[in-house]
Design a protein around this ligand. Structure first.
Ligand SMILES: Cc1cc2nc3c(=O)[nH]c(=O)nc-3n(C[C@H](O)[C@H](O)[C@H](O)COP(=O)(O)OP(=O)(O)OC[C@H]3O[C@@H](n4cnc5c(N)ncnc54)[C@H](O)[C@@H]3O)c2cc1C
Length: 452
């Protein structure tokens, strides 16, 4: 067939395990790959995730060119851009991998309707794991609200389908004019290129490192920010440089695979929650939390964002985020808890800051995890369980390696005082922003007032 087909790329910036691209290639038709960078109105990705996406997009353009096809970048929205591009190129169909977030799924439906009106055929493919964010279901047919039974049901449903091979070659289609590749700068103070390589080589290396180095000890070290014991695959998964199925299958037979796949299950669960509650980024799952007596304290928020709260473990996490666009999960939980419970700042402010600064900012995982920490989510940590910012550090960074790496003022302190610098000679490091014991009491009283 010589009639071209458009293949629309979104959060699936890859050529391997890309069912839409693989099908277009298998049909032997000329392929016009297209991306219309278009931000969702609700909870749009921030600067760090845009930085990642733009580098990943440039790498995708190179990868497609090596296969023989040329990526066209056009401004959105797709419901206008795709019918116009089809008319220009003579394409009679558009193939894409379906979105699993409610906002993008609604835009997909609108785009499909616009293409239908223009007489252009649409073929949609499943590419996520789980493919349908509304599944699995409980025995009673309702969606899950608690992770463990969700995970059991997902395991019972069997592994994700094996990844679809990268096409060996693509037949080039027409080359219409496009916009230049976008190249958003990283946020201020961030040098993400020192840590990340958002291209297929970087993704393959991270996957191999995860399987060979990280996973054998994963169950023991995944909770230790001082150990570099997690995969670092989250930005690749968030932008779709790697599919969840590819990651799931790549770790087959590795010690630690079961614990690791369970974490991938958390990712699926976050999409399942977002699907049930599309306003997850700003509206509490438990509606009573809308009346929580939050504080308004711009100076405290600024200290938290800057990593200058006076609690070394919290500041190490916030400075790691600021410098690299990523933070270890244990530190994400501790820093989020500190903002919401010690400082009594609305979780939505933390969600926004993380979304702005995380290279892996994900509309489902970020919102669901913030609600989990804040106690207002579906399967949330109970509000009265309040992390102690000192003992979190002593337990998960016992030698102070993580703190010394990110808080250089404390580099010379021994393990005995690195998490309690106020017990050491002056270092120039700030005094604690709050007395944790009193702050804990204040948070519990706020919670009690909500229940009364
Ligand atoms: C307040 C808060 C905000 C968060 N925001 C995000 C976010 O915007 N984007 C994001 O991808 N993750 C988010 N997480 C979840 C988790 O911290 C990161 O996925 C993880 O730290 C990424 O590092 P990794 O790839 O080395 O993880 P690994 O331990 O190697 O885990 C493998 C993969 O499993 C998934 N995963 C692991 N833990 C979780 C989890 N708790 N929830 C959902 N998926 C998980 C990720 O896709 C991750 O890449 C957040 C957690 C908290 C507490």
């Amino acid at each position: 067939m010589t009639v071209p087909v458009l293949v629309w790329f979104r959060r699936d910036l890859r050529t391997a395990d890309h069912p839409a691209l693989a099908t277009a290639a298998a049909e032997g038709r000329p392929v016009v790959p297209v991306c219309l960078p278009d931000e969702p109105a609700h909870a749009p990705p921030g600067a760090a995730a845009r930085w990642w996406r733009d580098r990943a997009l440039a790498a995708l353009a190179g990868d497609l060119a090596a296969l023989g096809a040329f990526l066209v970048v056009r401004p959105g929205p797709a419901a206008e851009g795709l019918p116009a591009l089809a008319a220009e190129t003579g394409a009679d169909s558009v193939f894409w991998n379906d979105s699993v977030t409610p906002g993008a799924a609604a835009a997909d439906a609108e785009t499909a309707a616009a293409l239908d009106r223009a007489g252009v055929r649409v073929r949609r493919f499943a590419h996520e794991w789980p493919a349908d964010p509304g599944r699995p279901r409980t025995k009673g047919g309702t969606p899950f609200r608690v992770f463990t039974p969700y995970w059991r049901a997902l395991e019972r449903a069997g592994p994700p389908p094996g990844p679809v091979a990268r096409p060996a070659a693509l037949r080039p289609g027409p080359r219409p004019d496009g916009a230049p590749l976008p190249a958003a700068p990283p946020p201020p103070d961030m040098a993400p290129e020192a840590t990340w390589q958002p291209d297929p080589t970087g993704a393959r290396a991270a996957l191999e490192d995860a399987a060979v180095r990280v996973l054998p000890d994963y169950a023991a070290t995944r909770d230790r920010p001082d150990r570099d014991g997690t995969s670092g695959l989250s930005p690749c998964l968030a932008a779709g440089n790697l599919s969840a199925a590819t990651v799931w299958h790549a770790v087959e037979g590795t010690a630690g695979a079961a614990a690791f796949r369970r974490e991938l299950g958390w990712r699926g669960f976050c999409y399942h929650l977002l699907w049930q509650h599309p306003g997850l980024a700003d509206t509490p799952w438990k509606p009573e939390f809308a009346a929580f007596p939050w504080r308004d304290d711009a100076a405290a928020v600024a200290a938290w964002c800057a990593g200058r709260t006076g609690f070394p473990f919290i500041d190490a996490g916030m400075r790691q985020l600021r410098a690299t666009g990523w933070m270890h999960n244990r530190a994400r939980m501790a820093t989020a808890s500190f903002l919401v419970k010690d400082l009594l700042i609305p979780w939505q402010e933390g969600e926004r800051w993380f979304r702005e600064r995380l290279v892996d900012a994900d509309p489902a995982s970020n919102a669901a995890n913030w609600q989990w920490v804040a106690g207002c989510g579906a399967d949330a940590a109970p509000y009265f369980r309040i992390f102690n910012p000192v003992t979190q550090g002593q337990r998960f960074d016992p030698d102070g390696t993580y703190v010394r790496r990110w808080v250089p003022e404390l580099r010379d302190l021994p393990a005995t005082t690195v998490h309690t610098p106020w017990k050491a000679p002056p270092t120039g490091y700030p005094a604690p922003l709050v007395d944790h014991k009193a702050a804990r009491q204040r948070a519990l009283e706020a919670f009690r007032s909500l229940r009364e």
